[in-house]
Write a protein that binds this ligand. Sequence first.
Ligand SMILES: [Zn+2]
Ligand SMILES: [Zn+2]
Length: 370
Amino acid sequence: MARRIRAAVLERPGGELTIEELELADPRRDEVLVRIEAAGVCHSDYHYLTGDLPSRMPVVPGHEGAGEVVAVGSEVTAVRPGDMVGLMWRPRCGKCRYCLSGRPALCQSGAIHAASGGLQDGTSRLSRPGGSTVHHLMGVSCFADHAIVSERAVVPIPAGVPADVAAITGCAVITGVGTVLNAIGPCAGRSLVVLGAGGVGLSVVMGAVLAGAYPIVAVDMVAERLEAATRMGATHVVHAGSEEVAAALSEIDAEGFDFAVEAIGRPATLRQGFDALRPGGTLVAIGLGTAGQELSLPLNPLVQRERRVVGSLYGSANPRLDVPKLLALYQAGRLPIDRLVGAHYPLDRIGEAVSDLIGGAVGRGIIVPS
Ligand SMILES: [Zn+2]
Ligand SMILES: [Zn+2]
């Protein structure tokens, strides 16, 4: 039996989010119904709101969330009603060459969501009263009091972890910390600069502290975000609005950086990261830009200085292993994920949460829908 839910709906790119009553069908055999307790507001959501990234419309956005399992389909074995789960927008099939070779972020399961606006079978559980289809975003759609997701898209959360901490671990934290642990690897004593100190950039700082990088430099336009970076363990900060970034970085590390991580998704800041590298250094691009956007780099410094430029999606992570590991580090006091949690908003004030994100809010805004 379908249930009525309250959800934030985007009718068309560039439009406003409106809060509507929708119908949510029952979970199918391999699906899970979750009552959403917390949903993080991520910059990727904004890309879908503006149309910078394409999606089927109308759609319920929101792709990092956590809550309590209410019901499960007949074949679900990973979780039971009453369990707390975190949601993952990058499900894994466990069978393809990427899953089997330890790179599940590249599993094509995620592409089904993008192409269909549905769940893993390509169909939607969301509709307006009267029957017209509303689409899921990234198989999650957690700007709503309930969501149905594939069993592949949930990970159990240990007792004692707050819902907001669990929610942001499923996108911002796993992306930022995972970039350091998985895409960069051992970096103790090596220098790292992160461009952009939003939720993902601050998570890169957390990961760099955990891995022992030094110095750890954060660059941003917003002074309050740089203060947050310092609280997270950045050893130096550069205010891009008032300092010349290249000069400030070369004052901190005259030889250039071993690693630069760009967490914004802009060609100009990617170029700043590339230029800041020492010979043999690596630029990791983790921020999504507008669809079709291009990056140009000078050829000879790439070759002559053996610099590397790599992309990393979703922290190049294996969420089923990495989310429990990150939460165990949080519970042990080794990863201050809670310091990343920003303001809380009821679902009705989601527009304000999105404006605050764009206006430079510090930490991750959290929607509390139920
Ligand atoms: Zn996200
Ligand atoms: Zn796969």
